[in-house]
Design a protein around this ligand. Structure first.
Ligand SMILES: [Zn+2]
Length: 268
């Protein structure tokens, strides 16, 4: 049976905390060497600092340094953040740069040091639900079926363009390899979980499921399937894959109460 329960990952960089806690951030540039994380963990332990969050920027494997951001709890620490920073930079050569981030408000801290975000080699922008809901539902409420058509065509051109990236990342054009890459990218970027992809090369047909589509999750209790943008993206990808015009129908949809959205792709 397909996996239908997913574990969310909070990407962090914003932390809301009890005002009684003393949370500070630290932005670091570190040399990549064996044992460095352990040394820092030992130092923070000796100073009574608790790590609440840490993220290391993913760099190319050959790069000598990495960037990292951490949120540290100084509530019971034996040193102030400034003292801890001084001890850290004086004790270890591998710390190339270190900067303290102070809470921006009462009980809230943001990483206001690193910018922009990079995902899979490109600048990425995160839209939270309120924002993408306004974008997607707004255009449909205002322009009705014309808005839905617009979303479809935008999705289509994105899909057609993204197909080249799938091929580049997969270094292959076989169905199996492309499906793996598509699945990974859709999942990593939070769009949805692609599953059960079946492609009939001879007939020019395909079928696939998407669990938790970000687009269809915006609607409920609908009589019709609700995917326009994502369906367009699927169409764009398969139009390029088959090298022909395609028609994509959404035959199951979470907005209608189905456990997943299912798409049927047919070449014309
Ligand atoms: Zn749907």
């Amino acid at each position: 049976m397909a996996k239908t329960v997913f574990k969310p990952l909070n990407v962090g960089r914003v932390m809301v905390f009890d005002e009684n806690h003393k949370i500070y951030g630290i932005a670091l540039e570190l040399k990549v060497e064996k044992g460095n994380l352990r040394k820092m963990a030992e130092l923070s332990e000796s100073l009574g600092i608790v790590t609440r969050y840490i993220q290391v920027s993913m760099e190319e494997t050959g790069k000598p340094t990495v960037n990292a951001i951490a949120f540290l709890d100084f509530s019971r620490a034996k040193a102030t953040p400034e003292e801890a920073l001084e001890i850290l930079t004086n004790s270890y050569d591998f710390v190339k740069n270190a900067k303290i981030i102070k809470p921006q408000g009462k009980g809230i801290i943001f990483d206001d040091y690193f910018f922009p975000l990079i995902a899979a080699g490109e600048r990425a922008v995160i839209f939270r639900k309120k924002v993408y809901k306004a974008l997607f539902n707004g255009v449909r409420e205002k322009f009705g079926s014309a808005g839905e058509a617009m979303l479809y065509y935008q999705g289509f051109s994105i899909g057609a363009e993204i197909f080249d990236q799938y091929v580049k990342i997969a270094k292959s054009r076989t169905v199996e390899d492309l499906v793996e890459v598509a699945r990974a990218i859709n999942m990593t970027l939070g769009w949805g979980v692609v599953d059960d992809v079946n492609v009939d090369l001879e007939k020019g047909h395909a079928k696939l499921r998407i669990y938790r589509s970000f687009e269809c999750e915006l609607s409920r209790d609908q009589r019709n399937p609700q995917s326009h943008f994502y369906r367009g993206a699927v169409a764009g990808v398969f139009a390029r894959f088959f090298g022909k015009d395609v028609e994509v129908k959404e035959i199951k949809c979470i907005a209608m109460g189905d456990p997943y959205c299912e798409f049927e792709i047919k070449t014309r």
